[in-house]
Design a protein around this ligand. Structure first.
Ligand SMILES: [Zn+2]
Length: 216
């Protein structure tokens, strides 16, 4: 999955709100950024910046290292965004949303809904029956709602997210296979190197023996 700036921002917005976007911009593409530098650049109190960073940390979206400031004697934290976790979080969020929408779609398709002509309420069959098909707010007679458009909208959204998730998972799979292949190649090369070393050692041994014998 290509992690576009838009996707990163979508996740960060849901965790930090608008305020967090400038923080993300400062962290993007960098490693081990000092929290004091962040506070400076964002023109925000260090406490506020730390709070945001810890929030991200709780979602596994950033990592940190700490170093002791030799002069001041306290620890300074250096932060780095975790792109893989951000991807994971994005996919997780989309899956949750998909599940929610699928459930709503299922309900909308299964249930009958009744609405008040004055638009006070929308009730399912059981609820409407409890009120004897009269609006609990204004007393008007309820009428059955045609929810085909609602169902159509939900269906569209569900299929959009399904397609996006499929694409993301497909790309993930391709990347995993590539990583595996790379690891295998490294292993093979390592083994070859060891074999070469072993054979040269074997070849060298008799020579050494000869030398020692000669010395004797
Ligand atoms: Zn009403």
């Amino acid at each position: 999955m290509r992690l576009t700036q838009k996707k990163i921002e979508e996740i960060m917005l849901s965790i930090l709100g608008e305020e967090g976007l400038s923080l993300i911009k400062e962290l993007s593409g960098k490693q081990n950024v000092s929290e004091f530098e962040l506070a400076d650049k964002l023109k925000k109190d260090i406490k506020i910046v730390r709070k945001m960073l810890y929030l991200l940390y709780n979602h596994n979206l950033v990592s940190f290292i700490r170093k002791k400031d030799k002069i001041k004697g306290w620890y300074i934290y250096y932060w780095t965004l975790q792109p893989e976790s951000i991807k994971f979080s994005y996919i997780k969020r989309k899956k949750e949303l998909l599940a929610k929408l699928q459930q709503r779609l299922e309900e909308e398709s299964r249930e009958l809904y009744f609405t008040c002509p004055n638009k006070c309420v929308r009730l399912n069959f059981d609820q409407a029956m409890d009120f004897e098909f009269h609006c609990p707010e204004c007393g008007e007679l309820l009428s059955q709602e045609d929810n085909t458009e609602r169902i159509e909208t939900l269906r569209k959204k569900v299929s959009e997210i399904e397609t996006e998730l499929e694409e993301l998972m497909e790309k993930r799979k391709v990347r995993k296979i590539a990583t595996k292949a790379r690891k295998k190649e490294v292993k093979v090369r390592k083994r070859e190197k060891q074999r070469k070393k072993a054979t040269t050692r074997k070849a060298a041994k008799p020579k050494l023996k000869k030398i020692t014998k000669k010395k004797k």
